[in-house]
Design a protein around this ligand. Structure first.
Ligand SMILES: Cc1cc2nc3c(=O)[nH]c(=O)nc-3n(C[C@H](O)[C@H](O)[C@H](O)COP(=O)(O)OP(=O)(O)OC[C@H]3O[C@@H](n4cnc5c(N)ncnc54)[C@H](O)[C@@H]3O)c2cc1C
Ligand code: SF4
Length: 337
C-alpha cells in the first residue's frame, strides 16, 4: 500500500542553499527573479512522501509506521517548520510482469495499473499507463474502421509484446519477490544486481513468483507487537485528522459500500488469529474492534471514512471484505496530490 502526505515546507527551505560558482550564481539569481514575486503568496515548496509496504507482518500498522517515517531524523529535519496540507492512500498493483492478466475481452481492454503495468522499483506507472492507453486506442480505431466493434482487440496485446513497456517491466520483474523473500537489506541488494544485469543485456534465467497478499499475513503469536509512539501533531499525525485532509465525503443514506461475506469472521477467526489486521492496515481507521475490554468484542465499520485505497479488499486474510463503488461519486477528493 502506498500513502502520501503533502506538506508545505518552511518558507526559507527553497532558498536555503548557497550557489557554489558563477554559473550557479546566475541560475540562482534568475530563479530568484522568477520566483520572488510569488514567494510571499506561495511561500513554500510542496513535499510528497511515499511508503511502499511489502512487509508481511500482521502487526504492522500502516498509518503508524508512516508516522515513523516522518519521525526519522533526516525526514524530520526536512519537515520541521512545515505544514501538513493533504493526505491520501492507495493500494498499488505490484505484481508486475509475471502477473499481467489477459489484456482484452470482447468490448474492452485492461490498461495502466489495472493491467499491472506499474514499474514498482521506480514507483512510476503514468508513462506505462499512457503508452498502454495509446496502444489500446490504436487497436480500437483499427477495429472500428474494419467493422469489428464487438470482438477482441487482439492487436493491443500483440503491440504490448513488441513494446518498451514489456521490456521495462521484464527488467524489474524479480525486484518485489526478492525483497519480499530476502528482506529490505539483502533483498534490495539482490534486486539491484538482477536489475543491473538485465539492463546490461544479461538475462537472468529465472522469474520469481508472487504469493497472494492475503496469504502472507503472520499469525499474531509469531510476531512481536509494535508500540508506535503517539502522534505528536507536529511531525506525526493521527489517522482521523489525516482523513479529514483527504476531503473524504460519502452521501448519507446510501447502501454501505464495504460489506462482509460472513459477519462472524472478524471476531471469531481474525481476532484470535491475527488480532484483526484491518484495525491496522486500513490507513483511514475504518475498521475497529470495540468492547474487547468488556469481553464482548464487536467489529465496527466506519465506512464514511473510507479513502478508497482498496487494501481491505485485497489484504483481508479470508477475503471476507468486499469493497464496491459507493453511490454518488463519493470518496476522497485529492485536488493537489
Ligand atoms: C503514492 C503514489 C505515488 C506515485 N508516484 C508516481 C510518480 O511519481 N510517477 C509515476 O509515474 N507514477 C507514480 N505512481 C503510480 C501512478 O500513480 C499510477 O501508475 C498511474 O496513476 C496509473 O494510471 P491509471 O490510469 O492506470 O490508473 P489511475 O490513475 O489509478 O486511474 C484510475 C481511475 O479510475 C477511477 N475508478 C476506479 N474505479 C472506478 C469505477 N468503478 N468507476 C469509475 N471510476 C473508477 C479511479 O478513481 C481513478 O481516477 C504513484 C502511485 C502512488 C500510489
Ligand atoms: S476501508 Fe478499505 S478501501 Fe477504505 S480506506 Fe480502509 S482499507 Fe482502504
Amino acid at each position: 500500500m502506498a500513502q502520501r502526505r503533502l506538506g508545505e515546507m518552511k518558507p526559507d527551505f527553497e532558498f536555503g542553499w548557497r550557489p557554489a560558482g558563477l554559473g550557479f550564481l546566475a541560475a540562482f539569481l534568475l530563479l530568484l527573479v522568477l520566483l520572488l514575486p510569488q514567494a510571499e503568496a506561495n511561500a513554500s515548496a510542496r513535499l510528497g512522501e511515499f511508503l511502499d509496504r511489502v512487509k508481511a507482518s500482521d502487526i504492522d500498522s500502516a498509518a503508524d509506521s508512516f508516522g515513523e517515517v516522518e519521525g526519522n531524523p533526516p525526514a524530520a529535519k526536512l519537515l520541521k517548520g512545515g505544514k501538513r496540507v493533504s493526505y491520501g492512500a492507495r493500494a498499488i498493483s505490484d505484481g508486475g510482469f509475471q502477473s499481467i492478466p489477459k489484456l482484452v475481452f470482447p468490448g474492452g481492454a485492461l490498461i495502466g495499473d489495472t493491467a499491472g503495468f506499474l514499474n514498482v522499483p521506480r514507483i512510476k506507472g503514468t508513462h506505462t499507463a499512457m503508452k498502454s492507453g495509446m496502444m489500446a486506442a490504436e487497436a480500437a480505431v483499427d477495429a472500428i474502421l474494419s467493422q469489428r466493434e464487438l470482438d477482441e482487440l487482439t492487436a493491443y496485446p500483440a503491440a504490448f509484446e513488441q513494446s518498451w513497456v514489456k521490456k521495462e517491466l521484464s527488467v524489474v520483474r524479480n525486484v518485489v519477490p526478492l525483497v519480499k523473500k530476502f528482506g529490505d537489506f539483502m533483498g534490495s541488494g539482490l534486486a539491484g544486481i538482477t536489475m543491473w544485469l538485465e539492463h546490461l543485456g544479461i538475462k537472468v534465467p529465472f522469474t520469481m513468483h508472487h504469493h497472494p497478499d492475503n496469504e502472507t499475513l503472520w499469525r499474531k503469536d509469531l510476531v512481536a507487537k509494535i508500540d508506535y509512539p503517539k502522534p505528536d501533531g507536529v511531525l506525526t499525525f493521527d489517522r482521523l485528522s489525516s482523513v479529514f485532509l483527504s476531503n473524504t465525503n460519502h452521501e448519507e443514506n446510501q447502501p454501505v459500500h464495504l460489506t462482509l461475506k460472513d459477519p462472524s469472521i472478524p471476531v471469531d477467526y481474525d481476532l484470535p488469529m491475527f488480532d484483526e489486521p484491518a484495525q491496522r492496515y486500513c490507513p483511514a481507521g475504518v475498521y475497529e474492534i470495540v468492547g474487547q475490554e468488556e469481553g464482548n468484542p464487536r467489529f465496527v465499520i466506519n465506512a464514511q471514512n473510507c479513502v478508497h485505497c482498496k487494501t481491505c479488499d485485497i489484504k483481508d486474510p479470508t477475503q471476507n471484505i468486499t469493497w464496491v463503488v459507493p453511490e454518488g461519486g463519493g470518496g476522497p477528493n485529492y485536488p493537489n496530490m
